[in-house]
Design a binder for this molecule. Structure first.
Ligand SMILES: [Zn+2]
Length: 292
């Protein structure tokens, strides 16, 4: 048994008339993960970097147009280096009514670097976002969805509104005192469509019709269970034509359901903190015991 071995939690209470929430989130990685993984090496091959640069060049605009057509305000997680490389990006998103939030500086994995370094990158990203948008106190999503208890504390110390990297519940909760808006591998486009012809690829790109069916099934499940349907897509992956068509079909399906609360992640976090659910799903992050 660990220090927080509760197995019975109450149901999550959504605003009146709503049985679940839907957030469309986009991790705007562009070329940043490739550059981080290749750090210290000379890069001569153009394949993957060009494929990823399709994201900011074309993919993002296509997703933004789709969102605009359906009046969807999305949550966009942007590494500092991407905002720095494409300075028009954050102002464009804010202008469109979307949320912009942090996603590392170089798309670094939190647990793989020194804690002081992780903190320095967060501060640097916050300063850059403030210069480019005038905004402070934004949300955060960790690159590759990896996190440490220590970094959850760092986020709070630096005024971060919420984190969205973990999946300990399927609705909003608090971990180490910070609001957590859970993600889900099942509804992450990278799992199905990420393909760069490299050793990291697990399979060839999936048939979007099958993925659409799976995602609708998960959405309907979240309606039944009263959870958060947090879709995660990427500029360079879901900006491709057939995936835009798939997303349109998904959006049209969800739009037919009046009991859905469409929200940006920051709206959801602000609401959660003042709702009856606040502190009902509070867990510590430090009770990791391997028993051997
Ligand atoms: Zn990412």
């Amino acid at each position: 048994m660990h220090s927080h071995a509760t197995i019975n939690y109450p149901e999550y209470i959504w605003p009146a008339g709503k049985s679940c929430a839907v957030v469309f989130s986009l991790d705007l990685d562009a070329e940043s993960p490739f550059l981080w993984m290749s750090r210290g090496q000379e890069i001569k091959h153009l394949g993957e970097i060009e494929q990823r640069r399709f994201g900011p060049r074309q993919g993002l605009a296509r997703v933004a147009r789709l969102f605009e057509e359906y009046d969807i305000k999305g949550s966009f997680y942007v590494p500092g280096v991407v905002a720095e490389t494409y300075p028009a990006l954050l102002p464009f998103l804010v202008e469109g009514g979307h949320e912009v939030a942090h996603h590392g500086y170089f798309h670094e994995r939190i647990e793989a670097i020194a804690p002081a370094q992780a903190e320095e990158y967060l501060v640097r990203a916050q300063e850059l976002f403030h210069v480019q948008t005038g905004l402070k106190g934004l949300g955060h999503r960790a690159p590759s969805w990896e996190m440490t208890a220590e970094f959850l504390n760092v986020l709070q110390r630096h005024g971060v509104l919420y984190d969205s990297s973990l999946m300990g519940f399927d609705h909003p909760y608090e971990v180490e005192g910070l609001i957590e808006l859970p993600v889900q591998w099942t509804v992450d486009d990278a799992l199905y469509f990420r393909y760069t012809n490299s050793a990291r690829d697990k399979t060839h790109p999936a048939n979007p019709a099958a993925v659409l069916e799976s995602w609708i099934e998960e959405f309907e499940g979240m309606r039944e269970c009263g959870g958060l349907f947090m879709v995660t897509i990427h500029d360079w992956i879901s900006g491709r034509a057939q995936r835009i068509r798939m997303l349109r079909k998904l959006i049209e399906h969800i739009r037919r359901c009046p009991d859905v609360w469409w929200a940006r992640a920051d709206e959801l976090a602000a609401w959660h903190g003042n709702s009856i659910n606040s502190k009902r799903f509070l867990v510590p992050a430090h009770s990791i015991d391997t028993h051997f």
